[in-house]
Design a protein around this ligand. Sequence first.
Ligand SMILES: C[S@@+](CC[C@H](N)C(=O)[O-])C[C@H]1O[C@@H](n2cnc3c(N)ncnc32)[C@H](O)[C@@H]1O
Length: 283
Amino acid sequence: MTALVAPIQEEKISCKPFVKWAGGKTQLLPEILKRIPEEFGTYHEPFLGGGAVFFALQPKQAVLSDLNEELVSCYSVVRDNVEELVSWLKQYSYDQEEFYRIRALDRSPEYALLPNYVKAARLIYLNKTCFNGLYRVNRSGHFNTPFGRYNNPTIVDEANLTKCSQALQGAVLELNSFESVVERAQTGDFVYFDPPYPPLSSSADFTSYTDKSFSWDDQVKLRDVCLALDKKGVRFLLSNAGIDSVRELYEGFQVSEVVAKRAINSRADRRGEVFEFLISNSF
Ligand SMILES: C[S@@+](CC[C@H](N)C(=O)[O-])C[C@H]1O[C@@H](n2cnc3c(N)ncnc32)[C@H](O)[C@@H]1O
């Protein structure tokens, strides 16, 4: 059994996510942070994305995971090899031709042989310069978001990347699907879940962060994971869409409603305020 420890580093490093990620939780942070227990063992975040909650909280012991291989590898590079990453990024410029040249790298068989810091630099570069910062791959796993129009985007924020690297020093990074958290989490641990959301309507919304999409069956599996964690004495907090089907799925848990702004939607008229749920168990 994990001993309870004060979860927050005494000296927190002030940093922000080094990638913009669809569903990023920066704007909901105050609501999320006030629902996180003051003490817990290890912090787990199985849908890491941009890691807004991890970077705000900076727990002493953390296991961070995601199913997006490029993303997890990029985090490892930020943690272990930030100098090489920064110097590689510095040679890239904001230019449409350069964007499509760098985007096309994953179409060639040699891509697999590139050092991880080059692939990480490519991910960050594309994230800063593609349309809406959206990570999207086609069926073959090739990045296919088009060039984005920005006014002088910051491609390399050396100070922030260095601080993110420091914040990640104690973190374990894993390429794994969310179900694996049931094996890892011990009594007294805490898990924050931020899954892809079910669409608000059948035609709406973006749920594909990897080459696999997140189905309703996955939502049900995720609820079952929460039930298993609850049984094990693990506390959790889960963000999800504020829709009736989600409320019904989590019947018996605490469900609170918060207001969020949705930026990523193919239709401009649907970018507005939406309700989200924050769902938790209690001990
Ligand atoms: C809503 S985003 C997380 C956003 C994050 N909280 C932030 O602040 O940026 C959801 C993440 O879940 C990941 N994901 C999708 N399916 C998954 C699965 N089956 N297991 C683990 N991660 C998955 C995606 O790659 C994506 O990074």
